[in-house]
Ligand binder design. Sequence first.
Ligand code: LMR
Length: 398
Amino acid sequence: MWKSVAAAPADSILGLTEAYKNDPNPHKVNLGVGVYMDNTGTTPILQCVKDAERILLGVEQSKSYLPISGDPQFGRQIQRLVFGEGSDIITNDRAATAHSPGGTGGLRIGAELIKRFRPEAATWISSPTWANHRGIFTAAGFPIKEYPYYDAASKGLRFEDLLATLNQVPAGDVVLLHACCHNPSGVDPDEDQWQKIAAVAADRGWLPFLDFAYQGLGVGIEADRTAVTAFAATGVDFFVASSFSKNFGLYNERTGAITVVSPTAEEKNIALSHLKATVRVCYSNPPAHGGLIVKTILSEPTLEAHWRQELAAMCGRIVAMRQALVDGLAARGVNQDFSYIKRQKGMFSFSGLADETVAWLRECKAIYVVGGGRINVAGLTSANIDYVCDSIAEALRQ
Ligand code: LMR
């Protein structure tokens, strides 16, 4: 079957992790895949997760199937997290949520669902974007177009160009937006800019699809939902894909959600029926464990408070490592201005390192950075920061 088939290329992010694991260099540093590490270089299981698992061990009576869209209490808690307590979307019952296998599963189910009812639509992705966005929406059958986003010269947002392009997007097309912590750039629109983008969506009639994979890792849980709130206020249809890989540390439990927001509860009921039909033919119903952990934490105020503390600590460590990287490079006499790294949000930094530098760091120093120069700041620790800064400074002197 495969004799005349060329092998697929390694994944640009997960393939890097494989290469890192196989690298014998004792100084190796993985700044590739977006996985949080603590200051010892470990990806910890949160204490609130351990506590929730202990509770589940005691109360779980069955491993029978979950409903197609997951545990209803999970869906309610996710809506509270995504939209905020008292949101009009919740009060007026305008959102349908399905528990999905990871954020990727949520994106793919949302894409499959839209494709069934908008077969002619294109999907617009930011330039640049997370490598898998193009793959997911292409696999669901969408032609892909790009809207301008990151300005390499100013290390900021090309806001006027972005808005001008979104003003030209045909009604019915899908526009995929990063709700916070833009991957890979770390550059987010501010509140005023989000309101302008949401107003264009309402005016032009394109369908906003928010990838919300990093809630709580930018500024905080509430501040990070600025984009969601802006779209919610317009009353239009929109989609939100959540991931609980990073903010709950549930990477290998593949835990996420897809939420479909409609203008009315009646439309939401129709959306929910088709959301379930879509899930049924893709994976039937979700894997339970990760979703039950998230539900347990969010349903118990003490556990939720503990989770918020642990999440804030992760966020704080990332901010501190941004500062350490900028200070470390300046201390080594690097005269390039890297201060923009401190302004970026979330796990990632578009470091501004050229592809030759990225290749040199990997070959000569065993420091793994994603092509294009994306650094996972959460991979920096007090044990490797000097080595990383020394290596970057050496690379930039060449
Ligand atoms: C990343 O961007 O590194 C993460 O979202 C992990 C992944 O699946 O690519």
